[in-house]
Ligand binder design. Structure first.
Ligand code: CS2
Ligand code: MG
Length: 402
């Protein structure tokens, strides 16, 4: 079997997605997500100009060798653009291999380790009452785990919280918008928010919270400590992780579990975090962490240190990534939870999916491959539209975050 065609499909059914399609000389094809929110076109170029020409004629079954070829062969290792491109190739090749075998992808990884995959969804509101309503709605929808974010009194807009009357999408403008951040107002407010949620909805529902890298280690330690009475499932991205050692200080001060890794693209980004047991969950996922081939290496390393997987699953990760991630989650022994920020109906008309949601849990489906496909004709109706992520400044104008 040989690779005959490699196509990059860019579409925007409500938001931008980049999809790689690898076609073999036997007609079987595989697809992979290559979406890097706010920097989509860079990955398109990486794939079209450098990877696609070198893929033609290769044996698609040699997934490991092809991964190493593009990782080592570029000379310039790691980085979000290159690793997203490699992830897309890897996902498409796993899809092909599973289709050839006539098996759902999780069977090739070693079979399922659980009956169903617990996911968490988002509940956010402009203030505490609106956020409480959103939590109630998520519970009604069956979710057993909910990420809670709220607007902060005295702070004009907060990342992770929808603008009034709109659905939350992080990339919200043609050029980056600027918002203002106050660490002190946030740290004073967060425990009040979680006290209100526990008061209204009790102790059994899992609660999560995303800090979006806004704090320093000692500030994050204070936050973790102040949230201990509300026993969070996790506190996510408390500080930026370029300095992995920063997590040591947080760890030494609080029992609130820590999750990090949605922006990581390499196993080396989390090597010290894992080996020192400074975190509890690793959030890297298929599309940004080099595909299934690297993600399972990360998971295996993490499993040696009691760390579990909690894959990123915001809407800017396409249904193709979600499908592949759910196969991974079904297999991975040290699974923790999977994020689920639902795609719109329009998105799921362009991408057909085999995965199913039932009462707070997903199953990946039994379709051979990862079970997600793209309708290329329909995709053409929704052309790319540049959309950037916002930036943050402190009240004195300092560009944030750490
Ligand atoms: C967030 C994301 O889902 C999350 O945990 O941090 O909304 C993230 O901001 C976006 O995926 C950025 O592209
Ligand atoms: Mg996050």
């Amino acid at each position: 079997m040989k690779i005959r065609d490699v196509n990059v499909i860019v579409c925007s059914p409500g938001r931008n997605f980049v999809t790689l399609k690898i076609v073999t000389d036997e007609g079987i094809y595989g697809i992979g997500d290559a979406t890097l929110n706010g920097r989509e076109k860079s990955v398109v170029s990486y794939l079209e100009d450098y990877i696609a020409p070198a893929l033609i004629g290769k044996d698609p079954h040699r997934i490991e060798d092809i991964w190493q070829f593009f990782y080592r062969g570029a000379y310039w290792r790691r980085g979000p653009v290159g690793m997203t491109a490699i992830a897309a190739v890897d996902t498409a090749l796993w899809d092909i291999k599973a289709k050839v075998a006539g098996l759902p992808l999780y069977q090739l990884l070693g079979g399922r380790s659980r009956d169903k995959i617990m996911v968490y969804t988002h509940a956010n509101g402009a203030d505490i009452p609106a956020t409480l309503d959103a939590v109630g709605k998520a519970i009604e929808d069956g979710y057993k785990a909910i990420r809670v974010q709220s607007g902060i009194p005295g702070v004009k807009s907060t990342y992770g919280v929808a603008k009034e009357g709109q659905k939350y999408e992080p990339a919200d403008a043609d050029l980056p918008t600027e918002s203002v951040w106050s660490t002190e107002k946030y740290l004073n407010f967060a425990p009040k928010l979680f006290a209100a949620v526990r008061e209204q909805y009790g102790d059994d529902i899992h609660l999560l919270h995303d800090v979006h890298h806004r704090l320093s280690p000692i500030e994050a330690a204070r936050l973790g400590k102040s949230l201990e009475p509300y026993h969070l499932f996790w506190m996510e991205d408390p500080v930026a992780a370029e300095n992995q050692q920063g997590f040591k200080l947080i760890r030494e001060h609080t029992t609130t579990p820590i999750a990090v890794g949605e922006v990581f693209n390499s196993i080396h980004d989390c090597q010290a975090l894992i080996q020192n047991q400074w975190i509890d969950y690793i959030r890297s996922t298929v599309v940004h962490a080099g595909g299934i081939t690297q993600l399972r290496r990360i998971a295996d390393l993490a499993s040696l240190y009691h760390i579990r997987m909690g894959c990123h699953g915001a809407t800017d990760l396409s249904p193709v990534c979600m499908g592949a991630a759910l196969h991974f989650d079904y297999w991975v022994p040290n699974f923790g939870i999977q994020e689920h920020m639902p795609h719109s109906e329009l998105m799921e008309s362009v991408f057909s999916v085999s995965y199913k949601f039932d009462d707070g849990y997903f199953t990946p489906g039994e379709t051979p491959g990862h079970g997600v496909d793209i309708n290329e004709e329909l995709a053409k109706k929704y052309p790319y539209k540049r959309a950037c992520l916002p930036v943050n400044r402190l009240e004195d104008g300092t560009l944030w975050h750490w």
